[in-house]
Ligand binder design. Structure first.
Ligand SMILES: NC(=O)c1ccc[n+]([C@@H]2O[C@H](COP(=O)([O-])OP(=O)(O)OC[C@H]3O[C@@H](n4cnc5c(N)ncnc54)[C@H](O)[C@@H]3O)[C@@H](O)[C@H]2O)c1
Length: 327
């Protein structure tokens, strides 16, 4: 492929082929058609195409208001059993078949033969390296992970998984692609766990350890996260939260203290954190941490507390946990 034939922007209303009409294929096809793309869905199992509308209906119902709009969305997705016909005219093929390297490799080889060089080949893989999926392709550089986080029609973030040799132009293109469907792309290298699972399992493995060691009950763990970390992370993410709530000197002292008490290298203060302390970038408290702050520390604290109070009041009023509570 020369000059990045896929162009700078995805073509508005252009054709996308989704391969795999299972759980994720239904979500992805519905999202794309909802945002005006011309969608063809392909599956090697005809029964999956037959039952597509039934399985995609609750997803469409989560995106539009009326029954008529739901039916219109479902009808606009063309079902096609033949792969060569399904990919014809598509500017992107989004693969959502089962998580097997061998099966994905075989499909991508076929897609590489069938599709002109300008066609982007995207995979929804949850765990496989892009380089491995693209290993035997003539045009590896057009393969990228566009990985939806369940429930993908509601969760805004989409991971854009790339290999060390993926052209930056393709990552930018994929960002524009997911932006066109009101999602937010976060780019990450093809490392195990990518970004979301890597962070999620860092927390979960600690929680499993606490439980194994009998240090806390499941109820107290859920409350601790739901009523402290959860609302703060939802508002600001982990790094901005740190800037807003603690000096970097204290953060470093705490992580080092856990390291000294446990001998567990995971907690040893990292270079990125030590560098900030060395530069006196302590957080909102002195105007710069991971981020820079225009407002005074007092203004930042007042705004922080207003936002957190509003979210906690909303949670209290909406009481979504009360509904789900299994205790
Ligand atoms: N299930 C999730 O929550 C989730 C979330 C994010 C990502 N993913 C990833 O998305 C992908 C799909 O997962 P899923 O849960 O939707 O799988 P699924 O088993 O529900 O569906 C896979 C579909 O692919 C079809 N298929 C298999 N080989 C095919 C081929 N060569 N050509 C055409 N169709 C073929 C199957 O008939 C089936 O309908 C996987 O890579 C998975 O890891 C899943």
């Amino acid at each position: 492929m020369t000059d990045y034939a896929f162009g700078k922007q995805p073509p508005e209303g252009g054709r996308i082929c989704v391969v795999g009409a299972g759980f994720m294929g239904c979500v992805i096809a519905t999202l794309y058609v909802h945002h005006g793309y011309d969608v063809v869905i392909c599956d090697s199992n005809p029964a999956m195409l037959d039952s597509y509308s039934q399985r995609a209906r609750p997803i469409a119902a989560g995106l539009v208001e009326s029954d008529a709009q739901v039916e219109a969305l479902l009808q606009r997705v063309v079902r096609q059993a033949s792969l060569p016909e399904a990919v014809d005219g598509a500017f992107m093929v989004h693969e959502a078949i089962q998580e097997s390297l061998e099966i994905k490799q075989a499909l991508f080889e076929e897609l590489d033969r069938l599709c002109p060089d300008s066609v982007v080949l995207a995979t929804n893989t949850s765990s496989l390296p892009i380089s491995d999926i693209a290993k035997r392709l003539s045009h590896k550089e057009r393969v990228i992970g566009i990985h939806y986080v369940t429930p993908g029609h509601i969760v805004p973030v989409v991971e854009l998984i790339h290999s060390p040799t993926t052209p930056p132009e393709l990552i930018a293109w994929a960002r524009a692609m997911v932006k066109s469907i009101d999602h937010v792309g976060v780019a990450c290298l093809e490392r195990p766990g990518f970004l979301v699972n890597k962070i999620q399992f860092a927390m979960l493995t600690e929680i499993y350890r606490l439980m194994d060691e009998g240090l806390a009950t499941r109820e107290d763990i859920d409350d601790a996260v739901r009523l402290s970390l959860g609302p703060r992370l939802a508002l600001w993410g982990p790094l901005l939260t740190e800037d807003l709530i603690v000096s970097k000197k204290t953060a470093l002292a705490v992580t080092d203290s856990i390291y000294q008490q446990t001998g567990d290298e995971t907690y040893k203060g990292r270079k990125v954190l030590r560098d900030l302390v060395a530069q006196d970038h302590l957080g909102a408290i002195n105007g710069a941490g991971w981020y820079r702050f225009k407002d005074t520390p007092e203004e930042v604290v007042a705004k922080r507390d207003r936002q957190l109070r509003a979210l906690l009041d909303w949670l209290q009023e909406a009481d979504p946990v009360g509904e789900l509570n299994v205790r």
